[in-house]
Design a protein around this ligand. Structure first.
Ligand code: FPP
Length: 228
């Protein structure tokens, strides 16, 4: 175990990528979905066992309806296209967030895919209708309902949308340097990596650069390097 288990991606810059090419924003999201498909197998071969992708935030509802519907459609396009890939490669699908926004048919489709892959060890986790604060509140409400009066951190983690390992490396593309309400609890000790590359252009070489930087960092988790 070399410290790289969970890698998370804030896939930013799809809109600007499309605009720079004189195309509608949705083309940027389509290209972003293809970039995601390229990076998943590569990141697994490079040692990660959990990959998280921020696909749609609780704040993204304020975008034009067409764009919102387009992103939701892409999620299902990806799911239909890749379900057999997930089985062939023994990859578990997780979708983290509030799925109550989906129609019953769509929600069941997602839940069936999650259930059908639940015993696989590698994980692709899609954050959909997700916010870090809403994840924390979900745990708070669950704990209150459970009657646990003095929860431990482990209890708390059991009531998050999904109990995921801590994020080791968080990659955000497009030059923005914010967390944007992303996995606030799970990123407590994440190494943050920012690149100016727009998400649709993010490929294997960019991932290698992020890994190089990650392995060059000194992760102390609040301790000191050479205690005497
Ligand atoms: C941020 O770029 C990206 C998103 C809000 C959506 C990410 C969605 C995908 C990569 C599509 C496919 C994946 C799934 C699972 C649905 P932006 O639109 O904020 O870009 P901008 O900052 O340049 O405008």
């Amino acid at each position: 175990m070399d410290g790289l288990n969970h890698v998370a991606f804030i896939m930013d810059g799809n809109g600007r990528w499309a605009k720079a090419k004189g195309m509608p924003r949705i083309n940027g999201h389509k290209a972003g979905a293809r970039a995601m498909e390229q990076i998943v197998p590569y990141a697994f071969t490079k040692g990660a066992t959990v990959l998280s992708f921020y696909a749609f935030s609780t704040e993204n509802w304020s975008r034009p309806k067409d764009e919102v519907n387009g992103i939701i459609k892409l999620l299902f396009w990806l799911l239909d296209k890749n379900l057999s890939y997930l089985h062939e490669n023994q990859i578990r699908l997780l979708v983290t967030g509030d799925l109550s926004c989906l129609s019953k048919v769509r929600r069941e489709k997602v839940l069936n895919a999650i259930n059908a892959t639940k015993d696989y060890k590698k994980t692709v986790n899609i954050l959909f209708n997700y916010g870090g604060k809403s994840d924390i509140m979900h745990a708070v409400h669950g704990l209150i309902d459970s009657g646990i009066k003095r929860p431990t951190e482990a209890d708390f983690e059991n009531y998050l949308y999904n109990n995921l390992p801590p994020v080791d490396l968080l990659i955000r593309t497009s030059g923005e340097m914010r967390l944007s309400n992303f996995m606030l609890w799970q990123c407590a000790y994440a190494e943050l990596y920012f690149t100016k590359t727009y998400w649709p252009d993010f490929g294997k070489e960019d991932y290698d650069k992020a890994l190089e930087e990650f392995y060059g960092r000194n992760r102390r988790f609040g301790a000191i390097t050479n205690p005497k």
